[in-house]
Design a protein around this ligand. Structure first.
Ligand SMILES: Nc1ncnc2c1ncn2[C@@H]1O[C@H](COP(=O)(O)OP(=O)(O)O)[C@@H](O)[C@H]1O
Ligand SMILES: [Mg+2]
Length: 407
């Protein structure tokens, strides 16, 4: 029987692409950071949804391991870290698989006052021990966590002198928030503890990944974070990198389906260089070609334009349907700005609205609506106080909608 033709493209959050294009400079930078001794600079990996933060983080892991770093961490999208205690316990749980086979020295066991159970003569750094130490250390949550991390490093370092340190990597870290009303400061806790243990020379290296709201949030919690992190902002892929992302999977898998030169150029153009859109367009076009072929079509024709319509309904429409009419009007005005895919100011939106036929917006109104849209995750305010669409290529979608409605 003939083997079915597999579609190599993988649009989807965190799905490893068939070929990870570009990001060479980011990998090199990460390797440089791994060479620090002591750790002074941690890493924030940021960018819009779909630019490839999660998959890049996954590719950094083997690089760290190759350099004798241990790697622990998780995805914080479940927002497990709403209290200080929960983020601390989260860290213990993430570290414990790395340390569970490491023995704690007799003298350390005596020093901390742990009494081993009769059946276990030796004490291992497993979760129950880490948690015991955490619970039985007097003081604030930060003191408890610092004590555990210090013991973890002393024991790991003593056990295996080749180990350079421990990378703690948290994805979707924009979900971490201090909550003054509940008097819970998990984000500040994390920053305080890392700053303190790194000052003491303990090689724990923090990697936080998240949406562009992440870094401003860190700085708001603790101003010293400005100096504590190197910010890596992932953006669109360059044209040659886009071509690699599109073409390499086809040649590597020896696919019988090919994209024409014109199709490749169109995919590059419409995707705006955003990895998620590249995967989406390629996957859809590939499938559609195969379906037509299976339906008996001798020369299937698949255009990027048809596929864009599917992208609009699958990806953008859900988000668009959740905004109110007045918010839509404002977004439409913003989408007419030539710089809408980069950043724009309240003033620019106001001025643009005066050029249109609808009722113009006042500055306070624009401010108010943009703040609301920011709460809903459609725009965000960047470090320079300017607004940016939080969904890549939203401007193009809005203009396409308008053209449809006008038609
Ligand atoms: N460098 C890249 N080359 C090709 N495809 C990529 C690249 N980076 C990400 N992708 C693809 O883009 C999509 C989004 O990646 P993901 O890591 O989930 O983004 P983020 O975490 O930033 O939201 C996935 O389908 C992934 O396979
Ligand atoms: Mg992600």
């Amino acid at each position: 029987m003939k083997q079915p033709i597999l579609n190599p493209f993988r649009p989807g959050a965190g799905h490893p692409p068939p070929y990870l294009a570009g990001r060479e400079e980011e990998k090199r930078e990460f390797i440089r950071l791994l060479d620090q001794e002591p750790v002074l600079t941690n890493l924030v990996l940021t960018g819009l949804r779909g630019v490839g933060k999660t998959v890049l983080l996954e590719t950094l892991k083997p690089l760290a391991i190759q350099k004798n770093w241990l790697w622990a961490g998780t995805d914080l999208s479940e927002s497990a870290a709403v209290s200080e205690d929960s983020i601390a316990v989260r860290i213990l749980a993430d570290l414990s698989p790395l340390t569970a086979n490491t023995l704690v020295s007799e003298s350390e066991v005596r020093r901390v006052g742990f009494t081993a159970t009769a059946e276990k003569q030796q004490t291992y750094l497993d979760f129950s021990f880490l948690k015991w130490l955490y619970d039985n250390t007097p003081g604030l949550t930060s003191d408890k966590l610092k004590t555990v991390l210090e013991l973890v490093w002393t024991s790991l370092g003593a056990d295996n002198s080749d180990i350079r340190g421990v990378v703690l990597a948290y994805d979707e870290a924009q979900n971490l928030s201090d909550q003054a009303d509940r008097q819970q400061y998990p984000l500040s806790l994390l920053l305080d503890v890392f700053q303190s243990i790194q000052k003491k020379g303990l090689p724990f290296f923090l990697v936080l990944t998240g949406l562009p709201t992440l870094f401003p949030k860190l700085v708001e919690a603790r101003t010293f974070t400005e100096r504590m992190f190197h910010i890596m902002t992932l953006g669109r892929l360059a044209e040659a990198e886009c071509r690699d992302a599109i073409l390499k999977p086809i040649t590597q898998h020896a696919c019988p389906v090919r994209f024409t030169g014109a199709a490749v150029a169109e995919i590059v153009k419409y995707s705006g260089g955003y990895p998620y859109f590249i995967q989406f367009l390629c996957r859809e076009m590939f499938d559609s070609y195969l379906q037509q072929k299976a339906g008996g079509e001798i020369n299937p024709v698949v255009t990027v334009e048809q596929t864009i319509r599917k992208l609009d309904s699958d990806f953008f429409a859900g988000r668009w349907n959740r905004v109110t009419d007045r918010q839509r009007e404002l977004l439409s005005v913003a989408a007419r700005l030539p710089n809408c895919d980069d950043e724009f100011t309240v003033q620019e939106v106001v001025e643009q609205s005066r050029k249109g036929s609808e009722k113009p917006f006042s500055p306070s109104h624009v401010n108010q609506i943009l703040a609301k849209l920011a709460d809903n995750g459609l725009v965000y305010k960047n470090r320079h106080g300017r607004y940016v669409f939080a969904v890549p290529l939203l401007g193009g979608f809005i203009r396409r909608q308008e053209a449809l409605e006008g038609a």
